[in-house]
Design a protein around this ligand. Structure first.
Ligand code: NDP
Length: 339
């Protein structure tokens, strides 16, 4: 059995969803209530591969909300993730993806040092961040969408916002090693980590976001921001491809600007329908087929009976592992979301 640990994008989103799902007691509550709410298994799922194989899984809502980080409720945030993991394990799930901020919190607060949650000894090998598949899908989105917009990758400048992160650094490795892109712009806040990445790649220009945006033909957004940033479309090149892989989204602006193309990053489309509610809740355009690539990673590991934390830690995603998860993704019928 595979599992998905997810969370909603804001308190407002959580209240609407709680009402829709019939959890009336959660719907009118504020952040304090969500800070103390326990994890819930919201759905049991079945997924069919194009090979005909069928697997079963469960969606665990951690009740974490990004506002917990924005308001410094770190203890609540960490408790949400650890409790959701213990809940998944207790319910017999073999391999669980840590969606959105779950793996970021795990890493930021060294939660993998924790041995025991009450009477449960956490078995970390039952969890994966899902970031290898997410990075692979974003790279394929760059590769496939750019030519459709007349962007020649060999002449293109690609900016990566969140370049030093787990997904961002893997994307940079792929841009450097697999795609013939003209220039890579590296954006994040911590200068030392940016310099380390630049040294590893042997290239890349370190730049502030404001400086990078007017220069980029493509922007990959994979920064861990609890709230999106506003962008002025006037400063962007035309055409410009913006691939937003953030959850919640990195870009707060909804674009309707000629020549500016926004693609939801790290999203896959399955060849067959999945009977579930959860992707409608997170506002996927085609909720029966579209899902986060990190969630799909736990499905792929279940299909292939690989019960290990395939993606773990930070900045350890290799091109070989991206190739490997990419082969599984194609074999079982997942495709990168396109424009
Ligand atoms: P990490 O925490 O590993 O990396 C985050 C990166 O963002 C770092 O480079 C960090 O560097 C940078 N960053 C954070 N805040 C800012 C800021 N204000 N301005 C510029 N850079 C910033 O995160 P992940 O790689 O695990 O995840 C990245 C994003 O992808 C998250 O939004 C996450 O929710 C989403 N995600 C999407 C998935 C999908 O399936 N589509 C799956 C998993 C994650 P610094 O701190 O130095 O600024």
């Amino acid at each position: 059995m595979f599992g998905l640990i997810g969370h909603l994008t804001s308190l407002e989103h959580a209240q609407v969803v709680a009402r829709d799902l019939g959890y009336a007691e959660y719907a009118d509550q504020g952040l304090d209530f969500w800070c103390s709410a326990p994890p819930v298994i919201v759905e049991d799922l079945k997924v069919t591969s194009i090979t005909g194989q069928v697997i079963e899984g469960r969606y665990v809502e951690s009740c974490f909300l990004p506002e917990m980080l924005a308001t410094n409720r770190m203890k609540a945030a960490t408790r949400k993730i650890i409790n959701a993991m213990a809940h998944a394990q207790k319910n017999g799930i073999n391999i669980t993806a840590l969606g959105g901020f779950s793996s970021i919190i795990l890493e930021r607060f060294n939660l993998d040092q924790l041995g025991r949650i009450r009477n449960i000894k956490l078995e970390f090998e039952r969890f994966t961040t899902g970031n290898t598949h997410t990075a692979y899908i974003i790279c394929r989105q760059v590769e496939q969408a750019a030519p459709k917009l007349g962007i020649d990758l060999s002449k293109a400048t690609v900016a990566v916002c969140g370049a030093t992160g787990d997904i961002g650094s893997a994307v940079c490795r792929w841009l450097n090693g697999r795609l013939d892109v003209a220039e890579i712009l590296l954006i994040a806040r911590d200068r030392q980590r940016l310099q380390n990445l630049q040294a590893e790649l042997g290239r890349g220009k370190i730049m502030a976001l404001d400086e990078a945006l007017p220069k980029a033909d493509i922007v990959v957004w994979v920064a861990s921001m609890p709230q999106g940033v506003e962008i002025d479309p006037e400063v962007l090149k035309k055409p410009c491809l913006l691939i937003d892989g953030g959850y919640p989204k990195n870009m707060a602006t909804k674009f309707q600007s000629p020549g500016v193309h926004v693609l939801s990053g790290g999203i896959v489309e399955h060849a067959l329908d999945i009977d579930w509610k959860i992707m409608k809740i997170v506002n996927m355009n085609v909720p029966g087929r579209q899902l986060f690539a990190c969630f799909a990673e736990s499905m792929l590991l279940e299909f292939e009976a690989i019960y290990t934390n395939f993606s773990w830690g930070r900045n350890q995603i290799t091109l070989d592992k991206m190739d490997m998860i990419g082969r599984m993704s194609i074999k079982h019928g997942f495709k990168p979301l396109m424009l």
